[in-house]
Ligand binder design. Sequence first.
Ligand SMILES: [Zn+2]
Length: 68
Amino acid sequence: MNCGKKVKFDTKEEAELFITSLGPDGQGLTAYLCNLHRCWHMGHPKNYDDNPVARINNILDKLSDGYR
Ligand SMILES: [Zn+2]
């Protein structure tokens, strides 16, 4: 997980407020909790490197596709 260079927020509200302030540029960005830094980052849900759960879900989706 390489999030050391990412912007850190103390609270989820702070992160979401920042995303909102970006306007159209912030579309698709979400705030997520970082266990490493004990703070909040913002990122794209499609960035699977920063989101192991989403990555696993994506793999499971591909596997289930094979049975159709
Ligand atoms: Zn982090």
